[in-house]
Design a protein around this ligand. Structure first.
Ligand code: NAG
Ligand code: NAG
Length: 225
């Protein structure tokens, strides 16, 4: 604890990167497809928030590189029973051939999950990410848990209102990321929520700057059949 505390202190004091090394907790990163896809090529899309990943980070919220070796065939059986839910909540937006969806989830484990492999097994990793996405229920939370309803109607809402609604649900401030559109305004792209090392409870993130202006557009979702 002493090391962590002094590291945070140094970080605040010097605004420098402090290697406070090992795994500490996770980032649950969820994207709003209509915003995210302003910048990314998205053959897939959705009218709900989609998990980008559950990323292992250290105590100062720096993402950690994964450790699993190439291939890692042990993961496929963990994914198989969850496929239906994964397709709904963790849809690979950038993949045009969904028979290759598994590759994206395996990549997420290898790149971002395996750094925490002493704390969590792949099966739990995927299951917990799905559960957390359901629990945060972001679209509904933004609509119903704030002082004003925040709806994906192409309108702009105050950053504080987004954060307050989510905090009302999780107990802690989220981090927000935006895309600056050709129109020069912030569009909601990503919501980051910090969770503990078991991916079970919401926790406070280290202080980080949001990459959003104070007004954030909540773009309309795509039409679905
Ligand atoms: C989609 O991917 C699968 C598995 O890699 C492959 O067998 C299939 O031919 C691909 N389909 C298209 C339309 O590319
Ligand atoms: C928190 O959300 C509840 C609905 O679950 C709502 O009744 C309450 O007004 C909200 N509180 C604030 C401060 O917005």
């Amino acid at each position: 604890m002493k090391i962590k505390a002094s590291c945070l202190f140094l970080l605040a004091l010097l605004a420098t990167t402090c290697d406070s090394s090992g795994f500490d907790h996770f980032w649950l990163v969820q994207v709003w497809p209509s915003g995210y896809c302003l910048q990314a090529n998205c053959p897939q899309t959705s009218d709900r928030f989609i998990i980008h990943g559950l990323w292992a980070v250290n105590v100062v919220d720096k993402t950690l590189p994964g450790t699993a070796g190439k291939g890692d065939p042990s993961i496929r059986p963990s994914i198989k029973p969850l496929r239906k839910d994964l397709m709904c909540y963790w849809l690979p937006l950038n993949e045009n051939n969904l028979s290759r969806a598994e590759n994206f989830w395996i990549y997420q484990w290898k790149k971002h999950g395996s750094a925490a492999k002493e704390f969590i097994q792949p099966r739990d990793y995927f299951q917990m990410a799905l559960q957390l996405a359901k629990d945060t229920d972001l679209r509904n939370t933004l609509q119903n848990h704030g002082a004003v309803p925040i709806l994906p109607d192409g309108g702009s809402y105050n950053k504080r209102d987004y954060k307050a609604a989510i905090k009302n649900k999780t107990g802690h401030d989220p981090l927000l990321k935006c895309v600056k559109g050709d129109d020069g305004i912030s569009h909601l792209k990503e919501v980051i929520i910090c969770v503990d090392d078991q991916a079970q409870s919401f926790i406070q993130c280290a202080k980080q700057k949001d990459r959003c202006y104070s007004d954030i557009m909540f773009d309309v979702p795509p039409r679905t059949n």
